[in-house]
Design a protein around this ligand. Structure first.
Ligand SMILES: *Cc1c(COP(=O)(O)O)cnc(C)c1O
Length: 379
């Protein structure tokens, strides 16, 4: 049966001997803009591609401000600082995510609390969140206090897994009620909307990544979006070493970060961004083909959740059990068709083993069964 799957995927990418999980594609103005950038000599901290990208990205997502960063992890780090997270605070997130989400929380000296995901969205479950807040937390002097640790829960970071939006409006309502700042890790969900609103625009701040494996790439890059002008100005300041604008003086008014996106990367990104609609359409067609194929093979294919439009960044199937998963991985990878299991749950990593976890039934179930399929845009 797996040989069937191998040949089906090989036929999806007929010109490739090795089929990777998500290869970038440069078929637009990438070389023109990058060359133009090199010729201008403005490859680093100054140049118009950064400004152009920020303006276009804000417009596209329907956000008032966008601040480009060196990568998605940096975007998350700064967003959490701006959400008010400080040392010894706590931040709610999901265990089923890429390490960047939990790392960014830890950079500040804050601790993640891992709550379960929904089976349908694979993102943070508002039911798990509600249960945890009602059973284990209390609001004292306008702060959400974790009754187990007596620490303040400052923020909540849901992630839109593989580009499929989680039930973000319900999460937002709970966060508002419990005085918790909502920061969306939308690294994987550029082009995905929930109830016709772009992911990343529900919270106080939203972050995206343009790493090489994402739907569009700048080699490395990220962006923060927000509707709040004060936060936007702070985000720019903190990501650019807090330099006070002046023609020649070097005045920095606080300890900050060198997290800006180089203009050279922004040039590549502007060209990639022009391709986004083409990529989204192409990927939706691909997911349609997978869906049809797996329906006739009695394997569950992950479809976009209700009320949402997914970018189908990474296609995935849910296999019957761990044994079937491992056979599937073995057979496809032996045949140069790259498939991958979902991440190991964050709470299982040695470095997060002391973090608070609640019931993680769904995350544990998915961890043993989910496999990602080749999902790159096809020529
Ligand atoms: C890619 C990704 C990030 C950011 O990664 P960078 O490599 O730092 O750009 C953050 N969170 C998730 C869930 C991701 O998939």
């Amino acid at each position: 049966m797996y040989n069937d799957i191998v040949s089906f995927i090989q036929n999806l990418y007929p010109h490739k001997s090795t089929i990777s999980l998500h290869e970038p594609l440069f078929i637009g103005n990438e070389k023109i803009y990058v060359n133009e950038c090199i010729d201008s000599s403005f490859v680093s901290s100054v140049g118009h591609y950064v400004d152009r990208f920020e303006k276009e990205f804000a417009e596209y997502t329907g956000s008032r401000y966008a601040i480009a960063t060196v990568n998605g992890t940096a975007a998350l780090h700064i967003s959490l600082i701006l959400a008010g997270v400080a040392r010894d605070d706590e931040v709610i997130t999901q265990p089923l995510t890429f390490i960047a989400t939990a790392n960014a929380i830890s950079y500040i000296g804050a601790k993640p609390i891992f709550l379960d995901v929904d089976l349908e969205t694979m993102g943070l479950s508002p039911d798990a969140l509600k249960h945890f807040l009602e059973q284990k937390c209390v609001i004292t002097e306008g702060r959400c206090i974790n009754r187990t640790t007596l620490k303040t829960i400052k923020a909540c970071v849901p992630m839109h897994t593989f580009g499929h939006p989680c039930r973000i409006d319900e999460i937002k309502e709970l966060c508002d009620k419990w005085h918790i700042a909502l920061v969306e890790d939308a690294a994987e969900s550029l082009g995905s909307t929930y109830k016709n609103k772009h992911t990343g625009t529900f919270g106080k701040l939203g972050t995206f990544s343009f790493n090489g494996n994402k739907i569009i790439t700048s080699g490395g890059g990220g962006v923060i979006i927000t509707d709040d002008e004060t936060l936007a100005l702070r985000a720019k300041h903190l990501t650019t070493t807090a330099k006070v604008p002046h023609k020649w003086e070097y005045i920095h008014d606080e300890i900050a970060y060198n997290y800006r996106l180089p203009n050279l990367n922004a040039a590549l990104l502007c060209a990639q961004f022009e391709q986004l609609e083409v990529f989204l359409k192409n990927k939706r067609e691909l997911s349609g083909e997978y869906q049809e194929f797996f329906a006739s093979h009695d394997i569950a294919f992950v479809e976009e959740p209700k009320n949402s439009q997914s970018n189908y960044w990474l296609n995935a199937v849910i296999l019957k059990d761990k044994n079937q998963r491992d056979e599937f991985l073995q057979c496809t990878n032996d045949n140069s068709v790259m498939t991958r299991p979902v991440w190991a749950l964050m709470n299982k990593l040695e470095l997060f083993k002391d973090c608070q976890c609640e019931d993680l039934t769904n995350a544990l179930w998915l961890e043993e069964r989910v496999v990602n399929l080749p999902s790159g845009v096809r020529l």
